[in-house]
Design a protein around this ligand. Sequence first.
Ligand SMILES: *[C@@H]1O[C@H](CO)[C@@H](O)[C@H](O)[C@H]1NC(C)=O
Ligand SMILES: *[C@@H]1O[C@H](CO)[C@@H](O)[C@H](O)[C@H]1NC(C)=O
Ligand SMILES: *[C@@H]1O[C@H](CO)[C@@H](O)[C@H](O)[C@H]1NC(C)=O
Length: 395
Amino acid sequence: MANVLTVSIVVVFFCLCACEARKLPFLAAADGICKSVVETQGYPCEEHKVETKDGYILSMQRIPATRSGDKPNNGPVLLQHGLFIDAASWLLNSPEQSLAFILADSGFDVWLANTRGTKYSRGHTSLGPNDPAYWDWSWDELAAYELPALFQYVHDHTGQKLRYVGHSLGTLMALAVFSQHKLLNMLKSAALLSPIAYLGQMPAQLAKAAAKSFLAEGLYWLGLHEFVPGGGAVAQLVEDICNRTHSNCSNLMAAFTGNSCCVNSSKIDALLEHEPQPTATKNIIHISQMIRRGTIAMYDYGSQAENNKHYGQASPPVYDMASIPNDVPLFLGYGGQDMLSDVKDVQTLLNSFKDHDADKLVLLYRKEYAHADFVLGVNANEVVYDPLMAFFKVH
Ligand SMILES: *[C@@H]1O[C@H](CO)[C@@H](O)[C@H](O)[C@H]1NC(C)=O
Ligand SMILES: *[C@@H]1O[C@H](CO)[C@@H](O)[C@H](O)[C@H]1NC(C)=O
Ligand SMILES: *[C@@H]1O[C@H](CO)[C@@H](O)[C@H](O)[C@H]1NC(C)=O
């Protein structure tokens, strides 16, 4: 029980599970993702470093050829993982089941992002992870600085427009950016898996309770700027929330994200033993604000005066999903068992796309799929990635 709790908050909002394989044998110490999970499967791999305008130094991996060494001819695709995990999440199943390998073998030039603060992206031009200022960001900054830096880098290196695949938080970043009409000049099309924009309908009682109990704010005021999901303070708070809400916390991943139909159980066990990736406490607070209010807006500093200082207005500016241009090719994959990207919330998002060009919006609904299945499902290759690639062939 204690063990499960330790890893549990992992899933507080929309991580797909504790699947960052920090301690898996094949992801040993200082090796980096290329060495530990890509080259071991027989694929070529390059490590890249990308600097953002706000000074973060991110690692990115590129799979520049098929397993048999053929050069890609279908153009670059950028994969952006969700919360509490990193690029390894796209690479954990067999090459026939993992999206990154499937894309490489289908002739795409695959680029894998790793969000600031995760294991291989902890560099900064002037700050270190021990500085509170290093953690002074939420997904607003991922949208404003991080995604633009990644797009620009891939675009500069390949001279081509990008396709994009985001999961969970990776969809939120993209939706926020596209709603401001940014990066569209470098974008060919985007596939959004377990899309996150509105969180007001979330049925995950535990996640809601965590958001409402000001879990993250508590940590913030305790001075914990780095939110380490397996960390002692976080585990205590989760246990407390489980107790107070009388939740059955024996399967926390399911309690937070929904029951996965198709994740390889022998992998879950292994994954749940591994500590997940940290994020900024401020990021968790921002997400909590979305759950409480059901809106998609910038970080709320908590007072009119503070908001005025940051935004020149009393309340945080809203990201207007309806202003995403109607001709941006979008593929949305969502699941009936997903408790973070709830069907009702996805419907709210789709309502803002009601004028979208019909041939530029492809929806894929899987009744049996939960959050993690879109990345780790053993049959995702057939039920999600085949249609996704058919979409990429057209767009
Ligand atoms: C939660 O309840 C269990 C069993 O009743 C108890 O052992 C544990 O100390 C409680 N944890 C917290 C944080 O209250
Ligand atoms: C809690 O869930 C576990 C597994 O999901 C189950 O075995 C157990 O009976 C449940 N406990 C209660 C009190 O419902
Ligand atoms: C589940 O994972 C194990 C261990 O990696 C592997 O041997 C097995 O083939 C996997 N099962 C499926 C259905 O992919």
